[in-house]
Write a new protein. Sequence first.
Length: 488
Amino acid sequence: MKLSEVTLSHRYADMGDAFGRRINPTPFKHPQLIDINPAVLQLLGINAAEASNPDWAQLGCGAKLFHGSRPFAMKYTGHQFGVYNPDLGDGRALLLGEVEHQGKSWELHLKGAGQTPYSRFGDGRAVLRSTIREYLAGEALSGLGIRSTRALSIVGSDEPVTREQIEKGAMLIRVAESHVRFGHFEYLFYTKQLQAQQQLIGEICRRFLPDSQELSIGEQAEAMLRFTTRRSAELVAGWQAVGFAHGVLNTDNMSIIGDTFDYGPYAFLDDYDPTFICNHSDHTGRYAFEQQPGVVLWNLNALAHSLSGFVSVEALRDCLEQFQPQVTDAFAARMRAKLGLTTEEEGDQALCADLLQLLQQGEADYTLFFRALSRYRGERPAQGLQECLAEAQHSALEQWLGHYDRRLAREHSDSCARNRAMLATNPKYLLRNYLAQKVIETAETGDYQPLHTLRQLLQSPFDEHSQHEVWASAPPESGKRIPLSCSS
């Protein structure tokens, strides 16, 4: 369809004032379109030719609204670093409405749109730096086959916004099947709005669990929790397998449908370090990389507690007890794929654990090692793999490869087929922080070509793209452990 034909509906906002407030965005005076995402245009059913429509700059900053749009600030609460905060909500973003395409409903959310009733002391703005990081992160995880919100566009401005320093303001249109967070249910529970909570449970079930429509509200709430638990388990298993650290896994940053949500100080691992902390505000390591499965379970407990008005304690406990085996199974499946294994054996978990320990001790680049392993055919010495590890670990590598060779032999693995499958599983291109920083610094000078290039590479990260080899290089030492804050 043409851009002029896009018409938004408002099933979430139409549920009533218990869920937020209608408010118009505060647009930029001089907006500039920085990038439009062709892949998301396709998701929404908008013609590719519409990418050049001059209205995007106005639509992407709220100066002009899509047909039928009635912007809405969502109210929710949540636990931040384990402490309940009742004063949360869309403080700088507005739900514009929903687009229907091919049986799916996609919500458009304008982020950086100005102050709302939930801004507290914030200015309601986003900066170009954080906007680019969120824009690229959604494409990176989606390209790796991990559920995520995505973004349709970035619009920049010359409007000054103060964070750690004065930066340029920007907005993006975030796209997701749902923007409902764990914190939405916590808000309605702690404010004793059980009728509204029942309404929200019904809406989630209608959209994502259609087979539950004839169930009682208690059965629907339990079905929703089981759905969210499973999707969250699959999500965090995916993060651990690709080396993604979210950085701020508060309950208000957790999606009820199991999407990666609210990008702030995230990072992908360079050297494999399970204790890695990407958020310099996380002084206790609550959200360290290796802690993510446990934190997601903690958040699910908070969600379950908020549903205790509808679901028995026994049923809640049973739901939550499914999480750990679901994470273990999903992670094992992803790691077998990364190792090129097509069958399952009892010793696979130990084989994987031994490799991860080797990578940690050898200070190996996680992504580059698995990409090199994707070309391994039993050669000795395994020079491509040795180059990824400190020399002191070469002997341990040889020992591990012996176990790996015997494991491959037991399933009669064909090296050519295995290499092809592994190259389609272990990415060549990754959203490393030093690359994101390079793109941001270039964009701040008005040059957006590196942003366009990196976005395209992240959308097909397993392909060779031989003309862009430099983007697949290991980071320099100065590019590792770049300090990141929540304003990132």
